[in-house]
Design a protein around this ligand. Structure first.
Ligand code: ATP
Ligand code: MG
Length: 254
């Protein structure tokens, strides 16, 4: 297993296809004095969707930010695609293939929809023929974007901004897409489109997803497995079929 050097990680060509894409092992982290995540272990299989669940304030976003390298670790390790990434800064983790749609909407409000998409294309810089394919993929998922290319991001509805944020992440073709509460404050018809986008990602089988979600019907439909955090600990995990009313009452109902 390689350590610290992103170039060697990118070139790494072990027989890694059977191993999970992301392995979090006994990971702890927090802010200043307070430890938020305690000995968290989690595996994200390739091309599967894992729902990361838990009540407000249990540490879901902190775990996502830790995967991105934005929160300082106080113990444990993370391995992504065969690469130990604990000492890698956020930009290098992104280069390994981690895409993030943070809680709230991560777009440039002063740029047009097209300019927002183009920022991702410039970062990804795919081959010329590939640009069109990638754009068509995201327009297929979210047709409204194609109709609004000239409009400023900031004037789109909340749901449209969320679609734009997801589209921006998808254009980068990450191996892992991280979605932090994509349905928060969004109307049902757009939630359906985001759900369809996740189905489509699963069908294509080229990306894993970590989905933080409070809307449980959506999480159940879209995910293959779940992991529940409580007070910074993983308290339950398993295939999504096992997420029954008893677990929901015990760990998720407010
Ligand atoms: N930047 C920060 N500095 C200090 N404490 C923080 C910071 N961010 C989060 N926390 C604290 O860490 C704990 C976990 O917060 P986190 O945002 O990870 O929870 P969450 O599960 O994502 O909650 P929600 O469902 O409300 O989004 C909370 O007690 C929160 O107040
Ligand atoms: Mg959060």
């Amino acid at each position: 297993m390689m350590d610290t050097n992103v170039e060697s990680c990118l070139e790494l060509d072990l027989e890694k296809n059977d191993s999970p894409l992301l392995v979090i092992d006994d990971f702890s982290a927090g802010y200043d004095e307070s430890l938020v995540l305690k000995d968290v272990s989690l595996k994200v299989p390739r091309n599967k969707v894992v729902a990361l669940l838990g009540r407000n304030g249990v540490g879901k976003t902190t775990l996502l930010n830790s995967i991105l390298g934005l929160v300082k670790s106080s113990g444990g390790s993370m391995t992504f695609d065969g690469c130990k990434m604990d000492s890698l800064p956020p930009d290098q983790r992104a280069r390994l293939g981690i895409g993030y749609v943070p809680q709230g909407r991560d777009i440039f409000p002063g740029l047009t929809v097209w300019e927002n998409l183009n920022v991702s294309l410039r970062v990804a810089s795919p081959a010329k023929g590939e640009v069109k394919t990638r754009l068509e993929e995201v327009y297929d998922l979210f047709p409204v974007l194609k109709d609004m290319l000239k409009r400023k991001g900031g004037v789109l509805s909340g749901g449209q901004q969320q679609q734009l944020a997801i589209a921006r992440a998808l254009l980068l073709k990450p191996k892992l897409l991280i979605l932090d509460e994509p349905t928060e404050g969004i109307q049902p018809s757009i939630i359906d489109q985001i759900e369809d986008a996740i189905y489509s990602i699963k069908r294509k089988g080229e990306m894993s997803v970590i989905l933080v979600e409070q809307y449980l019907d959506f999480a159940k439909n879209a995910s293959d497995s779940f992991c529940i955090l409580e007070r910074g600990y993983v308290v339950q995990e398993g295939p999504i079929e096992r997420l029954d009313d008893e677990l929901i009452d015990r760990y998720l109902t407010v």
